[in-house]
Design a protein around this ligand. Structure first.
Ligand code: PLP
Length: 377
């Protein structure tokens, strides 16, 4: 069976160079604990510092100390949000924490849980699940800090959000922006400094890095953010995320970050070429197909399309090796339909017939054309 892997928003194949370097850092002379004070430990620690710098460069962070290595975006985003919330509660800081309806569950479900957990709090309030926030911006006389969660790019539709505009419209000077960068990094330029993002997270496996790696970023200078850790241990990662480091994973993630940044422009051109061919050829053959979202506001690799029933049957018959997602990977794994598409006003039938094609660096134009010929003829 021929596979057509058009599901890069769910996960990307690791760069071969990443696999090589991970093997190297798992070999008999390069596997020591980076916290160890002996020669081998110091070598490992240097490799981790280098990876931290590579990751900081990818997201335009000022300082590599602002990068905390985690096991993935879910952990990073939870550590950031929960750790921040705990600290704001403990420090009696009046705060409104707000999140849009179309955030990934790594943020949306976390916010819902925090809202329940802190419902008796005198300092924290939450506004979650909105399409357009009603209470923001707060008046200048409202002394609550606002932490607004706004992802940079949506995983299902590929919609890119203009965070500067979002800040301009919804926040006051001094309020904080928390952004899930999982779908943006490696598909568009990202700079936490110029976008004025105070806290962010993403996963390694979505940028050609290893699974089981991720990054939490938070600014350590103006403002100097802090979090309370969720687990306690040996003091690694400035005690924010203790535990012996995943050396090979971190080194692999660092290299993936460097390669993603180096090839970003060329990679984006490749992706938008694939998407343009796919969409044009599909619409030529299936004029009833509908693409969700404005072309100029979408990631270069993502086409969320609503297909007629007969086309879906044809795809199943002719291209059983197609790998795409209906709604988000997490929602479809749980048999849930997409809350994001429902929030956009799509009917249950449209949501059922919505397929996300997300292209990646290993796809070719020939492969896309071959798929289109088989599936849409
Ligand atoms: N945020 C977004 C936008 C995502 O697309 C995903 C994964 O699909 C995540 C967070 C969670 O990433 P992970 O499952 O790697 O922790």
């Amino acid at each position: 069976m021929k596979h057509y892997y058009f599901d890069h928003n769910a996960s990307t194949p690791p760069f071969p160079e990443v696999l090589d370097i991970m093997q190297k850092w798992s070999s008999p002379d390069k596997w020591a604990n980076p916290s160890a004070k002996h020669h081998q430990g110091k070598l490992a620690a240097q490799a981790v510092t280098h990876a931290r710098q590579q990751v900081a460069n990818l997201i335009g962070a000022r300082d590599e100390e602002e990068i905390i290595f985690c096991s993935g975006a879910t952990e990073a985003l939870n550590l950031g949000l929960q750790g921040l919330t705990r600290l704001l509660e403990v420090s009696s800081t009046p705060t409104l924490i707000a999140g849009f309806v179309d955030e990934h569950p790594a943020v949306g479900s976390c916010l819902e849980a925090l809202k329940k957990y802190y419902q008796q709090s005198s300092f924290l309030s939450f506004e979650t699940g909105f399409a357009t926030p009603k209470t923001l911006p707060l008046s200048q006389s409202d002394d609550r800090l606002v932490v607004l969660c706004r992802m940079m790019a949506q995983n299902e539709t590929g919609r890119i959000f203009n965070l500067r505009e979002c800040r301009h419209q919804l926040l006051r000077d001094g309020d904080w922006l928390f952004s899930d960068l999982s779908q943006a990094v490696s598909k568009m330029p990202v700079s936490v400094v110029s976008e004025n993002i105070q806290m962010a997270g993403f996963s390694g496996h979505k940028i050609g890095g290893p699974s089981g790696t991720g990054v939490l970023y938070f600014t350590r200078k103006s403002p100097r953010l802090n979090i309370l850790p969720l687990v306690f241990g040996g003091g690694q990662e400035q005690s924010f995320r203790p535990g012996s480091l995943n050396l090979a994973g971190i080194v692999g993630l660092g290299l993936a970050a460097e390669m993603s940044l180096k090839n970003l422009e060329q990679y984006c051109l490749h992706l938008s070429g694939l998407k343009a061919v796919f969409e044009a050829q599909m619409l030529q053959r299936i004029p009833e197909a509908r693409i969700i979202g404005d072309e100029n506001l979408r990631l270069p690799n993502t086409s969320m399309v609503i297909l007629p029933d007969k086309v879906i049957e044809n795809i199943r018959d002719k291209t059983p090796g197609l790998c795409v997602t209906q709604g988000s990977a997490c929602a479809s794994a749980q048999g849930k339909s997409s809350h994001v598409l429902a929030a956009l006003g799509l009917s249950p039938i449209e949501v059922k017939n919505a397929y996300r094609f997300s292209f990646g660096r290993t796809n070719t134009i020939e492969e896309v054309l071959e798929f289109v010929d088989l599936a849409f003829s």
